[in-house]
Ligand binder design. Structure first.
Ligand code: HEC
Ligand code: HEC
Length: 366
């Protein structure tokens, strides 16, 4: 999968003109390296899928073209199948948990808990990120350990504290459900396979997009789409506060990994990227979360340790928390010396990143 996105000029005036060139697989930052994922099964082997009606994803205003892997084309049937699997609790060992449990469409495709609770009420140590716009991220998870949505999708099913199931068993069980058996034949021309499950769920996730926000409308020429406070917040965000260095528009993430010091003083702090790369220099680095719908995706940070957007912004605006690996870029934010009014304006601006996203009901399951 390769994609090149040209991000248009940002900000109100020429002064804020930033031209950012994002290219998948090309690291532009000094600090981070994309972790090698090593372990996972999904190879990019092209599979000849039966020809079904192709499916045009409607890309909301303000979002770039959607990266779609060549070996997983979008079809209407595949998206429908992925939607069913996404909501099906039978995918978990004790049939109590589905993807939607922790990534609930009614909670902006995340959940309003600090860290997730999986089967048998087991609690994990990370906050569930929203599925909204995950299709644009060049790696998945807070530590980027999965490269693609396909690779990500089967992880939670086998994760002992999330869904705790065995993929061979999941496939065998789905095979016994006539509608699933039939649909896999129709969509992939195969029995139920874990590759098929991963591809169908990933295709469905690629339809969960948010754009067309007040920010996007403003960028498209509607000068009234933002309030004065939001305009001030935007100028700070793109300018003096340098938030956009990491939270780069239009997705509001540069997809890189940094140490911002969140919870670094906890007893056993999360190692973040270091868990994947084993390098000390990656201690406490996390992938920059995108900020679209951020007003609705509370609580915040990798461990959900901050409940309110105001407090998350105050933490970031203060340059994070000191530790031996704190990013230079966070120190630069601190150097900007943002005052209380600036922080309020930044919060108002972030609210302008909430737009339209699919609020769908669970489908009827076979
Ligand atoms: C028990 C709660 C739980 C369940 C069930 C669950 N997830 Fe997650 N999901 C999480 C958590 C927590 C993370 C972050 C984990 C990490 O970064 O280590 C995550 C990460 C993700 C991400 C990465 C998003 C990003 O921006 O990096 C995607 C996509 C995702 N899940 C989709 C799914 C799908 C699809 C399913 C069903 C097959 C699923 N999840 C089931 C809790 C859950
Ligand atoms: C050096 C890169 C960098 C800069 C600069 C930066 N951030 Fe962040 N931001 C991050 C990272 C990394 C995280 C996740 C940290 C974690 O969870 O440990 C984050 C998290 C956030 C979150 C929480 C999002 C969520 O879904 O949990 C908000 C809100 C936020 N940043 C706003 C801002 C604002 C506003 C600014 C400017 C004042 C800013 N950031 C500057 C890297 C950066």
């Amino acid at each position: 999968m390769t994609m090149q996105t040209l991000v248009p000029k940002v900000g109100l005036s020429g002064a804020a003109a930033v031209l950012i060139f994002l290219s998948v697989g090309c690291q532009k930052s000094d600090e981070p390296k994309k972790p090698s994922t090593g372990d996972k099964a999904q190879s990019a082997k092209p599979v000849a899928e039966p020809v079904t009606a192709s499916f045009e994803v409607k890309i909301p205003e303000g979002l770039p073209p959607l990266p779609i892997p060549k070996d997983n084309p979008m079809t209407a049937e595949k998206v429908e199948l992925g939607k069913m699997l996404y909501f099906d609790k039978r995918m978990s060992k004790d049939k109590t948990v589905s993807c939607a449990t922790c990534h609930d469409p009614k909670m902006a495709w995340t959940e309003h808990r600090a860290t997730s609770k999986g089967i048998k009420d087991q609690v994990g140590d990370r906050n569930s990120p929203t599925v909204i716009n995950a299709a644009y991220m060049t790696s998945q998870f807070w530590d980027g350990r999965a490269a693609t949505l396909e690779e990500q999708a089967v992880g939670p099913i086998e994760n002992p504290i999330e869904m705790g199931h065995d993929l061979v068993a999941v496939c065998a069980e789905c095979e016994k459900v006539p509608a699933y058996k039939e649909n896999f034949q129709k969509v992939f021309g195969t029995d139920v396979t874990k590759e098929g499950i991963a591809k169908a769920i990933a295709a469905f996730e690629r339809t969960i997009l948010s754009g067309n926000s007040p920010y996007d409308k403003f960028k498209a020429g509607d000068a009234k789409a933002l309030t004065d406070a939001q305009k001030r917040g935007m100028e700070l965000f793109m300018g003096k506060a340098s938030c956009s260095t990491c939270h780069a528009p239009p997705i509001f993430s540069n997809m890189q990994f940094y140490n911002a010091g969140v919870s670094c003083d906890k007893k056993n702090p999360d190692e973040g990227l270091k868990k994947v790369t084993k390098k000390d220099s990656d201690m406490g680095k996390f992938r920059v979360p995108h900020l679209r719908e951020v007003a609705n995706t509370y609580p915040y940070f990798h461990d959900g340790s901050v409940e309110k957007l105001e407090d998350a912004v105050a933490f970031m605006a203060g340059g994070g928390k000191d530790n031996s690996n704190l990013s230079m870029l966070m120190k630069a934010v601190r150097g900007a010396g943002l005052n209380d009014q600036d922080k309020k304006d930044l919060v108002e601006f972030l609210k302008a990143l909430s737009g339209d996203y699919p609020k769908i009901d669970p489908p009827k399951l076979p």
